[in-house]
Design a protein around this ligand. Structure first.
Ligand SMILES: NC(=O)C1=CN([C@@H]2O[C@H](COP(=O)(O)OP(=O)(O)OC[C@H]3O[C@@H](n4cnc5c(N)ncnc54)[C@H](O)[C@@H]3O)[C@@H](O)[C@H]2O)C=CC1
Ligand SMILES: O=C(O)[C@@H]1CCC=N1
Length: 264
């Protein structure tokens, strides 16, 4: 498979790294405005870097768009005449609907919206997917690609903005929780490096417990909270200070911002 990434910035390069390390592509075309920053990727041997989007599209089977929302209409328009019946068009653009994409490409194209996160670079993305009517026959292919780099879920398009907040922005939210835990550990006497190691592996363990057991988080909390012990004391204080409420409010605020990005 020949895969192009149009707009190889933060997310695009994370996807490129994931694809290259998983061996999902025979050749990759990476573009950005100033492609000098992409040169190191040429060391993979099967990577072509350029600012020429038309070259990248015409040589690829799967085209992944990862430019900023404001740049997307012009970028898509500038390559739309090159799309053939075989191209699979994948957009990671926040808040840009399938209807808006079809208005530029026409409906008779395989169009997938994908919402991965930057953990795709280490094969642990949570990626949500949906497609246009024509693209339904290519959803399985998209799922197979993204499953090589983590876990994926097919969802209705009207859940895509919520998925952006939970999965894509979610990386930043979880990072902040890990960082705060690290700061607590430093205050309790660990040096910074040890503190981060403790926080990272504990958070991985918590997620893995739920993934492997299928149990509810509260069932796992019940196993840890000794009656009158230190865990419930700390947990209740966190809730008195608004831990769950502040997370939920942050998620809703982030969700509301997405419609503003599009208006902007
Ligand atoms: N950063 C993230 O974690 C996530 C981002 N997204 C979405 O992915 C898209 C990209 O986000 P980021 O990677 O954070 O942005 P970014 O600004 O890091 O990357 C965008 C890239 O597009 C390039 N670009 C701009 N105009 C271009 C053109 N005409 N031709 C080729 N390349 C061009 C820029 O040079 C830049 O490297 C956005 O639409 C964002 O909403 C979605 C999920 C997660
Ligand atoms: O913050 C943003 O707007 C983008 C979309 C999700 C992650 N980064």
């Amino acid at each position: 498979m020949k895969i192009a990434i149009i707009g190889a910035g933060n997310l695009g390069l994370s996807i490129a790294t994931g694809i290259l390390n998983s061996g999902a592509a025979t050749t990759m075309y990476l573009t950005r405005r100033y492609p000098e920053a992409l040169r190191e990727f040429e060391a993979y041997g099967n990577v072509v870097t350029s600012s020429d989007n038309r070259m990248a599209v015409s040589k690829s089977d799967i085209i992944i768009f990862a430019v900023q929302p404001g740049d997307f209409p012009d970028v898509l328009q500038s390559v739309a005449d090159l799309f053939s019946d075989n191209h699979v068009i994948i957009s990671t653009i926040t808040g840009f609907s399938i209807g808006e994409i079809e208005a530029i490409t026409g409906p008779e194209r395989f169009i997938i919206r994908a919402m991965p996160n930057t953990a795709i670079s280490v094969a642990h993305s949570m990626t949500c997917l949906c497609s246009n009517e024509h693209g339904k026959t290519r959803l399985e292919l998209a799922e197979a690609i993204f499953n090589r780099m983590g876990h994926s879920m097919i969802i209705p398009e009207d859940r895509m903005q919520a998925a952006t907040v939970i999965c894509a922005s979610g990386i930043a939210f979880w990072m902040r929780l890990i960082r705060a835990t690290t700061q607590g550990a430093i205050q309790l006497g660990f040096d910074a490096e040890e503190a981060q190691e403790l926080a990272m592996h504990t958070s991985r363990g918590a997620a893995e417990l739920l993934i492997q057991s299928g149990r509810h988080p509260e069932a796992e909390i019940d196993r840890v909270t000794t009656p009158m012990g230190c865990t419930i004391e700390g947990l209740n204080e966190m809730e008195h200070q608004g831990l769950s409420a502040s997370l939920i409010r942050g998620i809703i605020t982030s969700f509301e911002k997405i419609s503003e990005i599009r208006k902007g």
